[in-house]
Ligand binder design. Structure first.
Ligand code: PLP
Length: 352
């Protein structure tokens, strides 16, 4: 993370005139101007935005604005676990839609929306992570994006596009918020590039949703931290350069992880081959459960996350492997330990 650059700009943001006053709920003008340029950079039409305490707060405010208790939020069959907690805390039902190797299956989305309506429930939003998905690791291709957006549009269901990893896959695909600006509420975050402890991001979308989000933001905590907003505004123009060292390191770590999986799990399990992000999703092909492998892994000295925590339906069939903060050598050792844990589990030896 760019600690030195942040330390410099944070110091000078505090000493600016009115650097410690309350600000506007929408956000500081200097940051909103840079957010508009960020949209230009990634090919999203300029749109109203509100600065929030990370994508997590953005998701909460978006769903609070869009949905009422008892409504349904459609997600991938495996999705970001804290998004599931967010829905639960708002009294929303989550329904996992089938995925294949390219992501959410359009026909399955269509069916799920129909089934919910037939059961008298309102599908209030579709929550998607189109770039470098957590936990699935994949980036949705153009065709799939078009097909999913067309279904959402036909049924009039909003999409919440979580782009926390927007910069983590350089493939040229249109952002959902560019394909359907009138339908998509977009979440951006600086957590993964500048640091999760900063708690800063922004939410953007159609006027009427953003007016509501603006009111909610004012009611929740008045505004995002003023000096922090001013500090990150000075870094946003360089965001791609600031992300570059991390992205290079990740590429190397992902390659080490994927190479070790080929070596130790080839022919036994199936996994995604992400081009970006931190995560690989490994399907255990019915040979063992994710909770059992999680426990066996801990005994063998390696932590993987059980797929059940990412599934609205607690599906126990896959694990998430991460390469965010381990060296290539540690990742190779981790996969070797996981294979030992797997063998112990399958041989039924509980002493391992
Ligand atoms: C898909 C996804 N969304 C949101 C977040 C949280 O982002 P923030 O720190 O901006 O709240 C994460 C963090 O891991 C994530 O993976």
């Amino acid at each position: 993370l760019p600690v030195r650059e942040l330390a410099e700009v944070l110091g000078s943001a505090v000493t600016q005139p009115k650097g410690l006053d309350y600000g506007w709920a929408r956000g500081e003008a200097v940051l909103l101007e840079q957010v508009a340029r960020f949209f230009d950079l990634i090919g999203v039409p300029r749109r109203p935005a509100v600065v929030v305490g990370g994508a997590t707060q953005g998701l909460f405010l978006a769903l609070y604005a869009l949905a009422s208790p008892g409504d349904t939020v459609l997600t991938d069959a495996a999705t970001y676990s804290d998004a599931l907690s967010c829905c639960a805390s708002l009294g929303l039902r989550t329904l996992g839609v089938e995925d294949d190797e390219q992501g959410m299956v359009p026909e399955a989305l269509e069916r799920s929306i129909g089934d919910e309506r037939a059961a008298g429930r309102r599908p209030a939003a579709i929550y998607m992570i189109p770039t470098a998905h957590n936990p699935l690791g994949m980036t949705l291709g153009t065709e799939r994006r078009d097909a999913l957006v067309a279904i959402a549009r036909r049924h009039g269901v909003a999409i919440v596009e979580d782009e926390t990893y927007a910069l983590f896959d350089g493939t040229e695909v249109p952002r959902l918020s560019a394909l359907a600006p009138e339908l998509v509420i977009r979440l951006d975050s600086l957590s993964k590039v500048l640091g999760p402890g900063l708690r800063i991001g922004w939410i953007s979308g159609p006027d009427e949703v953003m007016d509501r989000v603006n009111q909610l933001k004012a009611a929740v905590d008045v505004c995002a931290s003023v000096p922090l907003q001013r500090a990150v505004a000075t870094l946003l123009p360089e965001i791609r350069d600031l992300a570059a060292p991390q992205l290079r390191g990740l590429e190397e770590r992902r390659a080490a992880l994927l190479g070790s999986l080929d070596e130790h799990f080839g022919g036994l399990c199936r996994w995604t081959r992400p081009r970006g992000g931190y995560f690989v999703w490994m399907d255990l092909c019915g040979r063992c459960g994710s909770m059992d492998l999680f426990r066996a892994g801990l005994k063998a000295g390696v932590a993987v996350l059980p797929g059940a925590i990412f599934s609205p339906h607690r599906l126990d069939t896959a694990v998430r492997l991460g390469c965010a903060n381990r060296t290539p050598a540690e990742l190779r050792e981790g996969v070797a330990r996981l294979r030992r844990a797997y063998d112990t589990l399958l041989s039924g030896d509980k002493s391992g």
